[in-house]
Design a protein around this ligand. Structure first.
Ligand code: NAG
Ligand code: NAG
Ligand code: NAG
Ligand code: NAG
Ligand code: NAG
Ligand code: NAG
Ligand code: NAG
Ligand code: NAG
Ligand code: NAG
Ligand code: NAG
Ligand code: NAG
Ligand code: NAG
Length: 688
C-alpha cells in the first residue's frame, strides 16, 4: 500500500515524458524509421524525450571525473560540477536534490554548447550589445527535498554541458536527478523515426551525414518557444511565438530560434533526405507568407524578430517554396500562397535594371561583408529563383508566367556572364564593378544553379579556383576573410559534385565538417554555424558586436549541406519531378567502395545502393553493381560512370543488356553513360 501510494505520488508530480511528443502538441503519424538497419547506430537523437547526463567533468579543467550514476554532491558554497550529455541536447531542465544544512541558497545552472565555455556563466544566446546569459537558479530556503523545473521561457535550446554550482552559506546538496525534457522535434514521439538513411564505406562521412540530420532535428522547435523580442538585457527568454502549427524549423538550436529563409536552400533538401520532417518546413514558409509586406517583400526573419531588408533572403523564401513543393506536391499550400508568390516575384524582378542585372537595395545577407548593387551572389540566387519559379508556375497551370520567367532567367544569365565574370581569372567577381575579389558564394552557386554549364571548361575553372581558398580546416571565404562558412561551403561542395569533382567535394567535407565533428570542444553531434580559420569557434570576428566567441551556434541547419549532397550526388539518388514522379540515379564513387541510402515521399520509398567490385572482368579492369528501388508508376534515368574513359561499358539492367548513350564524354572528369526511361520498380544494374 505504501509502495503503491508512493508510486502514485511519483506519477502525479513526474509525468512520464519518455516516448511522447512535446507537451500539448499534436503527435505526428511518423512513429518509426522507414529504413531499419545498422546505420541507425549513427543516429545521434536520444531514445527518449527525457535525457540524463552521461558523465561528470571537473569545472576547473574539464577533465572527466566519472560517469553520471544518479548521484553527485555539491559539498559547499562555490562547489561546481559540469554534467556532459555527450552530445547536443536542448529543452527544459528538471533537477531533484536534497539540501542538508540550515541556510537558504541556490543551485546555479549554466548551459553551454562548446566545452570552452563551461563555468558559472552560460554561453551567449541573447546577443548583440546586451548583457550575458548568466545562469538560472533553483532556490531553496532550508534543508529538505527540492524538485526544480525551469520555467518555460528558460528553455535552453541547444547545449551539451550543464554546470551546476552551489551558492549557500552553510549547506550541501545531494543531486539525485538531472533530466532534460527535450523540446525539439516536438511532434515526434520517437526521435529516431528517420524517414531517410545513408550508409557508406566511410564512417566519418556517415557520421557527418547524421550530424547534419540531428542538427535539423534540434532546429525543429515548438512554435511558442522562439527567442523573445525585444532581446533581454541579461539572461534569455525563449517564449516568442514563431508561426503556425506545432513545429517549425528555425536557424539554430540555441540561437537565433527564429525562422530564417537563408536556410531554405540547404536545410530543406537535407531535411527531406534524412529526418523527413516537412511539417516544420511548411510552417516556416507559411509564417513568411503570413508576414509578407505590402510591397511584396518577405521579412528577412520570421516573427517575433521580423527583421526586414534582405533581397537575397526574400529570394530564399521563394526557392524554399519550390523545394517544399518538389518534395511534397502540397498543391493546396501553393494555391493558398501563389498570389503572395507572384507579388514576391514582381517585387524582386522590379529591381532588375540596365544592364539587365538585379540591383540589390535590401542589403542584409548571410555574414558576408560587402553587399548591395550588382553583387554577383544575388544574380545567381535570382537565376535560381526564376528557374524554380518557372516550375512552380507550370505546376499551378500558369503557363504564361512560366515561359516569361524562363526567358528572364536566360537574359539574366547572359548579363551576369557579360558583366560579373572575370575571364582573365576564370571565375566570377564579387559584383559588376571592377574588383579583384572572387567570392566563394557566387562562384559556388553559378555552377550549382547551372548559370554556367556543368560540362563547360568555365565550370571546371571555377571549381579549381575555389580550391585556392582552402585551408587545412575549410575554405577561407574571400567575402568574409578569416572565416570558414559551412553554409556557403555547402553550396561549394555541391558545385564540385555537379561537375564530377568527387574527390574534391569529399576532401572538403572531411577537412571542414570532419574537423568540427572530431573537435573535442564541439558538440561532436551537430554542424556549426561558422568558425575562424585559426580554429577557434568565433565567427565574423571584427565587426564588433560579434566579439563574443561563445555566441556562435553549434547546431545550425544551414550548414547541413553534406547530408543532402552525400545522398543526392554520391549515392546519386535524387528526385527531379514532384514527389519523385521522375528521378535520377547518378552515382559518383570518389574513394568510397560502397554507398546506400533512401528516403520517402507520398508515392512511397526510394532507395539505392552501389558497390564496387575488385573483379577484373570489366572493360576497364573492374566492374560495379547497383540497385535502385522506386515506386511503381515513376520513371527515371541512370547516369552511370564508365570503367574506362572514352569506352562505353556493358550495362545490364535486371540481367538484360541495355543500350546506353554518352551523357558526359569530356575526359576531364569521369565519363558517364545514360540509360533513359527506366520504369519505377526494383532494379539491379551491373556495369562491366
Ligand atoms: C500550448 O502551450 C503553449 C505554451 O507552452 C501555449 O502558448 C499554447 O496556447 C498551447 N496550445 C494549446 C492548443 O493549448
Ligand atoms: C556515483 O558517482 C559519484 C560521483 O562520481 C561517486 O562519488 C559515487 O561513489 C558513485 N556512486 C556509486 C553508487 O557508484
Ligand atoms: C535565487 O538565488 C539567486 C542566487 O543566489 C539569487 O540571485 C536570487 O535572488 C534568488 N531568487 C529568489 C527568488 O530567491
Ligand atoms: C516572455 O518573457 C519575457 C522575459 O521574461 C517577458 O518580458 C515577456 O512578457 C514574456 N512574454 C510572454 C508572451 O509571456
Ligand atoms: C542601384 O540602386 C541604388 C539605390 O537606389 C542607386 O543609387 C544605384 O544607382 C543603382 N545602381 C544601378 C547599377 O542600377
Ligand atoms: C564590389 O565588390 C567589392 C568587393 O566586395 C567591394 O569592395 C565594392 O564596394 C563592390 N562595389 C559595388 C559597387 O558594389
Ligand atoms: C502572372 O504574373 C503576374 C504578376 O507578375 C500576375 O498579374 C498574373 O496574374 C500572373 N498570371 C497568372 C495566370 O497567374
Ligand atoms: C543569351 O545568350 C545566348 C547565347 O549568346 C543567346 O542564344 C540567347 O538568345 C540569349 N538570351 C537572351 C534572353 O538574350
Ligand atoms: C583567432 O583569431 C581571433 C580573431 O583574430 C583572435 O581573437 C584569436 O585570439 C585567435 N585565436 C587563436 C588561438 O589564434
Ligand atoms: C500533384 O498534385 C496535383 C493536385 O493534387 C495532382 O493533379 C498531380 O497529379 C500531382 N502530381 C504528382 C506528380 O503527384
Ligand atoms: C577489394 O580490395 C580492397 C583493397 O585491396 C579490399 O579491402 C576489399 O575487401 C576488396 N573487396 C572485395 C569485395 O573483395
Ligand atoms: C520492390 O521490392 C519491395 C520489397 O520486396 C516491394 O515491397 C515493392 O513492392 C517492390 N516495388 C515494385 C515497384 O515492384
Amino acid at each position: 500500500m505504501f509502495a503503491f501510494s508512493l508510486l502514485l505520488g511519483l506519477l502525479a508530480t513526474r509525468p512520464v515524458l519518455g516516448d511522447t511528443c512535446w507537451r500539448n502538441t499534436t503527435c505526428s503519424t511518423i512513429t518509426d524509421t522507414a529504413f531499419p538497419g545498422v546505420w541507425e547506430d549513427n543516429i545521434f537523437a536520444p531514445e527518449s524525450r527525457l535525457v540524463s547526463p552521461e558523465s561528470i567533468l571537473s569545472a576547473n579543467d574539464g577533465v572527466t571525473i566519472g560517469s553520471w550514476n544518479g548521484s553527485a554532491t555539491l559539498a559547499a558554497n562555490g562547489s561546481q560540477l559540469v554534467f556532459d550529455f555527450g552530445k547536443e541536447v536542448g529543452g527544459i531542465i528538471h533537477l531533484d536534490f536534497l539540501v542538508s544544512g540550515d541556510s537558504s541558497g541556490a543551485v546555479g545552472i549554466a548551459f553551454t554548447e562548446a566545452k570552452n565555455w563551461i563555468g558559472e556563466w552560460s554561453d551567449s544566446s541573447n546577443g548583440e550589445l546586451v548583457g550575458p546569459d548568466g545562469a538560472i537558479y533553483a532556490n531553496f530556503t532550508g534543508p529538505g527535498k527540492v524538485s526544480y523545473v525551469a520555467p518555460d521561457e528558460r528553455l535552453r535550446g541547444g547545449f551539451r554541458y550543464v554546470t551546476l554550482f552551489l551558492i549557500a552559506d552553510s549547506a550541501s546538496v545531494d543531486l539525485s536527478s538531472i533530466e532534460i525534457e527535450i523540446g525539439f522535434q516536438p511532434t515526434w514521439s520517437n526521435l529516431k523515426a528517420y524517414q531517410g538513411y545513408f550508409h557508406s564505406s566511410d564512417s566519418l562521412l556517415n557520421s557527418i551525414w547524421y550530424s547534419g540530420a540531428y542538427t535539423l532535428q534540434t532546429n525543429a522547435v515548438p512554435v511558442h518557444f522562439g527567442r523573445w523580442v525585444p532581446f533581454l538585457h541579461t539572461g534569455w527568454a525563449n517564449n516568442g511565438t514563431l508561426g503556425p502549427g506545432d513545429t517549425i524549423i528555425v536557424d539554430g538550436a540555441k540561437r537565433d530560434r527564429a525562422v530564417w529563409p537563408g536556410d531554405m536552400g540547404i536545410a530543406v533538401p537535407s531535411t527531406f533526405v534524412s529526418v523527413g520532417d516537412l511539417d516544420s518546413v511548411k510552417n516556416a514558409l507559411q509564417t513568411m507568407y503570413d508576414n509578407q509586406n505590402a510591397d511584396g517583400s518577405f521579412p528577412e526573419a520570421g516573427p517575433p524578430l521580423l527583421q526586414q531588408g534582405s533581397d537575397t533572403y526574400h529570394m530564399w523564401t521563394m526557392i524554399g517554396t519550390y523545394n517544399y513543393l518538389l518534395y511534397t506536391n502540397d498543391t493546396a499550400f501553393l494555391a493558398e500562397n501563389y498570389n503572395g508568390y507572384l507579388r514576391a516575384m514582381d517585387f524582386i524582378y522590379g529591381k532588375v535594371s540596365a544592364p539587365g542585372l538585379l540591383n540589390v537595395t535590401g542589403t542584409r545577407d548571410w555574414a558576408r561583408w560587402q553587399t548591395g548593387f550588382n553583387m554577383s551572389e544575388a544574380q545567381m540566387i535570382l537565376y535560381r529563383t526564376l528557374n524554380t519559379g518557372s516550375s512552380l508556375a507550370t505546376w499551378i497551370g500558369d503557363a504564361d508566367n512560366s515561359t516569361l520567367w524562363l526567358s528572364r532567367a536566360s537574359s539574366l544569365q547572359n548579363a551576369t556572364l557579360e558583366y560579373c565574370f572575370d575571364p582573365s581569372y576564370g571565375a566570377f567577381k564579387d559584383n559588376a564593378t571592377a574588383t579583384t575579389l572572387h567570392p566563394q558564394d557566387a562562384n559556388s552557386m553559378s555552377v550549382l544553379f547551372g548559370l554556367v554549364g556543368a560540362d563547360s571548361s568555365t565550370a571546371q575553372s571555377i571549381s579549381s579556383r575555389l580550391t585556392e581558398n582552402w585551408t587545412p580546416i575549410g575554405p577561407d571565404s574571400p567575402e568574409l576573410p578569416g572565416n570558414v562558412s559551412p553554409f556557403i561551403s555547402s553550396f561549394e561542395l555541391q558545385a564540385h559534385l555537379t561537375i564530377g569533382q568527387t574527390e574534391r567535394a569529399l576532401e572538403l567535407i572531411r577537412t571542414s565538417w570532419g574537423w568540427y565533428l572530431n573537435n573535442p570542444n564541439g558538440s561532436q553531434s551537430t554542424v556549426i554555424e561558422g568558425y575562424l580559420t585559426n580554429g577557434t569557434f568565433g565567427y565574423r570576428w571584427s565587426r564588433g558586436y560579434d566579439n563574443d566567441f561563445s555566441y556562435v551556434s553549434h547546431a545550425h541547419g544551414w550548414s547541413s549541406g553534406p547530408t543532402s549532397a552525400l545522398t543526392e550526388y554520391v549515392l546519386g539518388l535524387s528526385i527531379t519531378g514532384r514527389v519523385g514522379s521522375t528521378w535520377s540515379f547518378a552515382p559518383q564513387f570518389g574513394d568510397l567502395s560502397f554507398a546506400e541510402g533512401g528516403y520517402v515521399t507520398s508515392l512511397g520509398k526510394f532507395s539505392a545502393s552501389w558497390v564496387k567490385s575488385n573483379s577484373t572482368t570489366g572493360q576497364g579492369g573492374g566492374k560495379y553493381s547497383a540497385t535502385v528501388s522506386t515506386p511503381a508508376g515513376t520513371v527515371g534515368s541512370l547516369t552511370l560512370p564508365v570503367l574506362q574513359q572514352g569506352v562505353q561499358p556493358i550495362v545490364s539492367v535486371d540481367g538484360h543488356q541495355v543500350k546506353t548513350t554518352w551523357a558526359r564524354k569530356s575526359g576531364v572528369v569521369f565519363d558517364t553513360v545514360l540509360v533513359s526511361d527506366v520504369k519505377g520498380g526494383n532494379h539491379t544494374i551491373v556495369v562491366s
